[in-house]
Design a protein around this ligand. Structure first.
Ligand SMILES: Nc1ncnc2c1ncn2[C@@H]1O[C@H](COP(=O)(O)OP(=O)(O)OP(=O)(O)O)[C@@H](O)[C@H]1O
Ligand SMILES: [Mg+2]
Length: 361
């Protein structure tokens, strides 16, 4: 991909997406490809997963066997696709790429499996969204390297056994809990990716800045990583917006002060909250006295769809301990009031701990 393609993808991407959304859309994927680590050594952080994977791959190389199937689980933007590509690269094996939603029939999967060569790495993204019949076919393929292809329907249907050369299945999921246990159990190794520490994100920002030829000044990387929600994808995205600002409004050098002005302009605050996150907190505290209030009411009050509030804003607010989901509705924590620069009412703890919440006690 050349520079102009990258820029076109970037331009298409900039419009109309939350800057702190953890998922990537089509155009951003193109931009991301340029920043992906290519080897395990280049991967920043996730020390344990890296060491475990490195051992697994080395052992397979020594035994001259294909590595065991690997499941990568964790929230969006933490490096699942990156690791899948690295597994194939480290084994010098071709990577076949597909995704759960693309496999709607068992036949789709049979076609993919029958096209595999020995040692191929088959990457199935969003594996929790595969159809049930395909899933069942996959059980057998993963365990016995064969499948039964059913030809015809009804009493006349016949199952034709099909041998598949040994391959390595790499599945990725943001929702490991949704995988049926027979499928989960067929992976020899599951890597759980965790959110990144600020220092690790800072290393990622420095690395990306080098690749994008962005000059970092004093503490520019620190300012960006602090607002990145523990997520490399968001760190890289904020870096690109800060780069725009540096090139247009300044001399191109990303200092702390400059990063701060840029991210203030894009309404990403020091904790990584964006406009919607803050609107939710603001409405919850100022209009509803801190809750409890139903999520639908909250959504109407901020002028968003219920799903957007529930899936985009709330998980991060809960993670930061700013909002709690209780059976009676959403409740602002003491920290939420502080975040908005308000004084929490006396009753905040009673409201919060009055019944079960997903806050740690
Ligand atoms: N450990 C890491 N070190 C450096 N960069 C990383 C790391 N993990 C992820 N990234 C960067 O973050 C971006 C997103 O990573 P990736 O696409 O692998 O996430 P994902 O977990 O597959 O997300 P999704 O669930 O949305 O598919 C990539 O462009 C990659 O450059
Ligand atoms: Mg991915």
């Amino acid at each position: 991909m050349d520079e102009s393609q990258l820029e076109a993808a970037e331009a298409a991407y900039v419009t109309g997406r939350a800057l702190v959304a953890a998922d990537a859309d089509g155009d951003e994927r193109v931009v991301e490809a340029a920043l992906r680590p290519r080897t395990l050594d280049e991967v920043v952080g996730q020390e344990r997963v890296r060491e475990q994977l490195s051992l697994l791959l080395e052992a397979a190389r020594r035994r001259e066997r294909v590595p065991d199937h690997v499941l990568l689980s964790g929230p969006p933007g933490l490096g699942k696709t990156t690791l899948a590509m690295i597994i194939a690269a480290e084994m010098s094996s071709p990577l076949r790429l597909t995704s759960g939603p693309a496999i709607t029939h068992a036949g789709d999967l049979a076609a993919i499996l029958s096209g595999l060569n020995e040692g191929d790495v088959l990457f199935v993204d969003e594996i929790h969204r595969m159809s049930r019949p395909a899933e069942e076919m996959l059980y057998m393929a993963m365990e016995d390297f064969r499948v039964d292809v059913v030809i015809g329907k009804g009493p006349g249907a016949t199952a034709i056994p099909l041998e598949i050369p040994p391959f390595t299945m790499v599945g990725a999921t943001t929702r490991a809990g949704l995988l049926p246990s027979p499928l989960r159990d067929r992976f020899g190794f599951t890597a759980h990716l965790e959110f990144y520490e600020p220092a690790e994100l800072e290393r990622i920002v420095r690395r990306s800045a080098r690749l994008l030829e962005v000059e970092l000044g004093a503490d520019g990387a620190g300012e960006i990583s602090g607002r990145s929600r523990g997520t490399p994808r968001i760190a890289n995205r904020l870096l690109r917006r800060v780069r725009d600002y540096a090139q247009v409004r300044a001399d191109g050098v990303v200092t702390r002060a400059l990063a701060r002005s840029a991210l203030d302009l894009f309404e990403v605050d020091e904790s990584g909250l964006d406009r919607l996150d803050r609107a939710v907190l603001d409405v919850l505290c100022r209009r509803f006295g801190g809750g409890p209030v139903g999520v639908s009411t909250l959504a109407v009050a901020v002028g968003e769809e219920r799903e957007t509030v529930e899936e985009v804003a709330e998980p991060f607010l809960v993670r930061l301990g700013l909002l709690a989901r209780t059976p009676r509705g959403r409740v602002a924590t003491r920290a939420a009031w502080h975040h908005l620069g308000l004084t929490a009412p006396e009753t905040v703890d009673a409201t919060l701990f009055g019944s079960d919440t997903d806050l740690p006690r």
